[in-house]
Write a new protein. Structure first.
Length: 178
């Protein structure tokens, strides 16, 4: 588990309402392999991280969102017939806690909109982003700056799909009144 998330979180911060970087009180990330078993690893990582941050009671909602984001990254952003850069991890899950929010972010190597894959799915699947929207307070995505660009000279290519859960003053995850 890696706790320095400044490189991964910087693009995430740009996609959200203004947040003081000093407001991030805890951050943890994990690189996931390009296998469907990685979804279980992501849930296990989420459980351990939320337990450490004393947010156990909201594991179910957060884990559902994490599972959907990781599954989408594996299903749509990592096609089996595309060669992968061995120096760029395929999928990275980042969790960050601030005083007023809990953020989940999944980075993958595709710059394609996460909605593109959802439209292709049949009625029995393709509900992942609907679940993400339903169980989180907000979500979105944005491309990672291309490697070699002035904004990210060594960053891997791809996108970040994120979801936010609002926290109350005592640190509990707020009920988003579904």
């Amino acid at each position: 588990m890696r706790t320095d998330g400044s490189t991964t979180l910087e693009p995430l911060r740009r996609g959200l309402p203004p947040t003081d970087p000093a407001a991030i009180t805890a951050s943890a990330s994990i690189t996931l392999p390009a296998r469907y078993e990685a979804v279980g690893s992501a849930r296990h990582f989420t459980r351990g991280t939320l337990h450490q941050w004393q947010l156990d009671d909201r594991f179910d909602d957060v884990a559902l969102v994490v599972s959907e984001l990781v599954t989408n990254a594996l299903r749509h952003a990592l096609p089996a017939d595309v060669a992968r850069d061995p120096n760029s991890p395929p999928v990275r899950l980042q969790l960050a806690r601030c005083s007023t929010r809990l953020m989940c972010a999944v980075r993958d190597p595709s710059r394609e909109s996460p909605m593109a894959g959802e439209a292709e799915d049949s009625a029995e699947s393709g509900r992942g982003l609907f679940l993400v929207e339903s169980f989180s307070d907000s979500w979105g995505w944005h491309p990672v700056p291309a490697p070699g660009s002035p904004a990210a000279p060594t960053a891997p290519r791809g996108k970040i799909v994120w979801a936010v859960f609002l926290l109350t003053c005592d640190g509990e995850v707020a009920d988003n009144s579904r």
